[in-house]
Write a protein that binds this ligand. Structure first.
Ligand SMILES: C[S@@+](CC[C@H](N)C(=O)[O-])C[C@H]1O[C@@H](n2cnc3c(N)ncnc32)[C@H](O)[C@@H]1O
Length: 208
């Protein structure tokens, strides 16, 4: 994601100490979150999910400072702002945050349009690689779910195999996704790809 440095970002972030979290939050200790988005980008998905589910707590982890800043700015738009402030964005690499989170505490994990890492030597970085699935499995409660969406057919097909290889998850859905799940939210990347007429693939996997 190419984003120019945003001059307004530090001031906006400073206005939201409870919902715009940086690396210092890892030292303080993260509170519990019910739902996690890994690579939350510009934040539309997380904010809309939080607004629709005021009793759940949502965390978006995003490595890119500008994308994180845009999400925080978006949260100032009253149409997005849940009255409960039941969300936070965390600006760190997800690999630093996940090991600090409580095992068996999470209901849902969202992997929305993650980087495809197409070269063989990069496969282990994919968010659906079996070693990552094991990490999500540890974080999820029994019956908790991973929701994965991508426009990348190769990543989708490989991910079907990664889930099969890992075991442990029951696959509730795997295939072309027609955006027909009323509990789902279209992400910024998804809107772009759907606008280009590209098929979107989805896997929904439940921890058994
Ligand atoms: C292709 S974008 C998708 C953004 C958003 N989920 C969407 O669907 O619109 C992938 C996002 O993952 C973020 N990302 C990549 N590596 C990450 C990491 N190690 N930790 C946290 N976020 C990461 C990128 O900065 C980028 O915002």
């Amino acid at each position: 994601m190419r984003l120019r440095h945003k001059k307004w970002a530090p001031a906006i972030i400073a206005r939201h100490p409870d919902t715009a979290l940086g690396p210092e939050a890892l030292e303080k200790g993260l509170p519990l979150f019910d739902c996690l988005e890994i690579g939350s980008g510009r934040g539309r998905f997380l904010l809309e999910k939080a607004k629709a589910n005021p009793t759940l707590r949502f965390l978006g982890i995003e490595i890119n400072y500008n994308a994180f800043s845009i999400a925080i700015k978006k949260s100032e738009d009253t149409s997005y702002l849940p009255t409960m402030k039941n969300y936070a964005f965390l600006n760190v690499p997800f690999a630093k945050a996940l090991p600090l989170m409580a095992k068996g505490s999470v209901r849902e994990i969202y992997l929305n349009f993650p980087d495809p890492w197409p070269k063989k030597r990069q496969f282990k970085r994919r968010l659906t690689f079996p070693s990552r699935l094991a990490e999500y499995y540890g974080l999820l409660k029994k019956g908790g779910k991973v929701f994965f969406k991508t426009d990348n057919k190769d990543l989708f097909s490989a991910s079907e195999q990664y889930f099969a290889q890992f075991g442990g998850f029951a696959i509730e859905f795997s295939g072309i996704y027609e955006a027909d799940d009323p509990s789902d939210v279209m992400t910024e990347f998804e809107a772009k790809f759907r606008g280009l007429g590209q098929p979107i693939y989805r896997i929904v996997a439940r921890k058994e």
